[in-house]
Design a protein around this ligand. Structure first.
Ligand code: FES
Length: 156
């Protein structure tokens, strides 16, 4: 099964933990689906709506409001470049441009082969190590131009 296909049984199994018609579980249900599938597919959103008795617009509203949720599948490697003030001053934009050029995507996009996703984030609280880049949550500080490309090549 491809990463973008959704197994309804898998989603229903997650939703079995939530009482039918109890809309108070909406955010938790979306969190569980995001954790299990890596994103919240449209089909899963529809199943959430049915199970919890919440309108589909409310489900999408919650799924798009919180940055923790993604309606699109993410790459196997999620690259997050901090573009907060300290990182910006120390060259974060150069790193963003480098990743964009290397992978042929823009911030917020995923490569067609679902290998990589590029995101920009605000301060991650490690300003002393600016500029900061994380690869699947593993932080790298004092990142120099060229080294992100090397790290990407190492993950291919
Ligand atoms: S601005 Fe990047 S870690 Fe603080």
């Amino acid at each position: 099964m491809s990463k973008t296909c959704v197994d309804p049984k898998k989603v229903r199994k997650i939703l079995d933990h939530y009482p039918e018609g109890d809309g108070t579980g909406l955010i938790h249900a979306l969190q569980d689906i995001q954790a299990e599938l890596g994103f919240v597919p449209c089909e899963a959103a529809e199943l959430v709506s049915e199970r919890l008795g919440v309108s589909i617009s409310k489900v999408f509203s919650a799924a798009t409001f919180y940055k923790a949720f993604s309606l699109e599948p993410k790459g196997d490697v999620v690259i997050r470049v901090c573009t907060g003030t300290a990182c910006h001053i120390r060259g974060a934009q150069t790193l963003v441009d480098e990743v964009c050029e290397t992978l042929g995507i823009k911030p917020g996009e995923t490569t067609k082969d679902l290998g990589f996703t590029l995101e920009t984030v605000n301060c991650v609280g490690a300003c002393a190590m600016a500029p900061v880049v994380s690869l699947n949550g593993e932080y790298h500080g004092n990142v120099q131009p060229g080294s992100v490309t090397q790290k990407i090549r190492g993950k291919k």
